[in-house]
Ligand binder design. Structure first.
Ligand code: B12
Length: 198
């Protein structure tokens, strides 16, 4: 199993490469985390308690619910700091891979009666929750959860992956669910997604 990320105090499942069966060649590095204090505060600003308004139904055991983050990173074919039409095309590809993955994960969690949402990589705003207008910083999030490093490029903070450098496309999914519900995804037990074995 691929493990090419860094383990931190918040790590519940270490980084590994996953892919949707429908997109077998498009791998996403993903891991599962509790929210450390700085991220908990930021989550509150970005989602404005939307997760508490979610009606999960009678079967949901509210005492088992935990706020969880699934940071994802894709290795890009181009260094994203560069500019040009080929960079834009690559960003579109990475965007679509993440949007399919985020939708797949969130629909699965929501179908079980739990809350989940994912951040739109273009705007930094939640994809599902309405009325949220505070941008989530993917770079700060990855520094906090994975201890990845970042540097400043003009106005934009750029993340560097320990193996891929700045050829990395970060994007995050959040859930309010029992940890056990998420384990299957990282063990390759959800229909429609697999882990890449190395
Ligand atoms: C808006 C945006 C832009 C805008 C403006 C950037 C700006 N800073 O205003 C524009 C269009 C200019 C832009 C340009 C580029 N961008 Co841009 N951009 C974004 C986007 C969507 C949001 C960034 C942002 O506004 N961050 C700042 C906000 C959120 O934070 P803030 O208010 O300054 O500060 C708050 C936080 O720090 C927070 N905070 C404090 N403590 C903590 C702790 C934690 C744990 C957390 C989570 C937060 C937090 O509190 C502060 C106050 O509220 C991100 C994706 C994302 N969601 O992060 C991509 C993103 C950062 N961009 C990216 C890229 C690649 C670029 C370009 C290089 C693209 C290109 N090839 O042209 C250029 C760089 C140009 C340059 N030199 O500036 C990539 C970086 C990839 C990487 N490897 O890191 C990202 C991650 C998008 C992606 N998924 O690929 N970008």
């Amino acid at each position: 199993m691929a493990s090419d990320g860094q383990i931190t105090a918040s790590t519940l499942v270490s980084p590994r490469l996953l892919s949707l069966d429908a997109r077998a060649n498009d791998e996403i590095e993903a891991s599962l985390h509790n929210l450390p204090k700085p991220l908990m505060r930021e989550f509150g600003h970005v989602f404005a308690e939307e997760h508490l308004k979610f009606e999960g139904g009678d079967a949901v055991d509210a005492s088992a619910l935990t706020l969880l983050a699934i940071p994802t990173n894709q290795r890009s074919r181009e260094d994203l700091v560069a500019v040009g039409d080929h960079i834009e095309a690559e960003k579109d590809r990475l965007l679509n891979v993440f949007l399919d993955f985020g939708k797949f994960v969130c629909e699965n969690i929501r179908s079980k009666g739990y809350w989940a949402d994912y951040i739109d990589p273009c705007s930094g705003l939640p994809m599902i929750s309405l009325n949220c207008n505070k941008v989530y910083s993917e770079v700060d999030g990855m520094e906090c959860l994975l201890n990845y490093r970042a540097y400043n490029a003009g106005f934009c903070k750029i993340l560097t992956h320990p193996r891929w450098g700045s050829a990395v496309y970060p994007a995050t999914i959040f859930a309010y669910a029992p940890v056990a519900e998420l384990h299957g995804l990282f063990e390759g037990k959800w229909d429609g997604a697999s882990i890449k074995m190395e």
